[in-house]
Write a new protein. Structure first.
Length: 91
């Protein structure tokens, strides 16, 4: 896919973000309170949303944060501590 530099940079950040979330699973209970399965489907879904939102000049960042926090990554979290960590990484 031919992407302009900005969406490509945001996708790189997404890949880094996804890797960080997966790596934290190695340090339960310090990393996450419990095991969360972040799959390649989550990464693909997030990437599709980024590509769709970056087709304009600038994406709607609050909408992206909300989708990542409440639906894609945070939707399976039931611990306030884990949600707080996710919000920290998203900000």
């Amino acid at each position: 896919r031919n992407l302009s530099p900005f969406p490509a940079q945001v996708l790189f950040i997404l890949a880094w973000f996804h890797a960080i979330l997966q790596e934290r699973r190695n340090y339960i209970p310090q990393g996450w309170v419990k095991f969360h399965e972040f799959s390649t489907a989550d990464l693909r879904c997030a990437a599709d949303i980024i590509v769709a939102n970056c087709s304009k000049d600038l994406p709607d960042w609050p909408t992206l944060y909300g989708l990542f926090e409440n639906a894609i990554y945070g939707g399976r979290m039931d611990s306030n501590a884990d949600v707080r960590i996710l919000r920290t990484y998203l900000s």
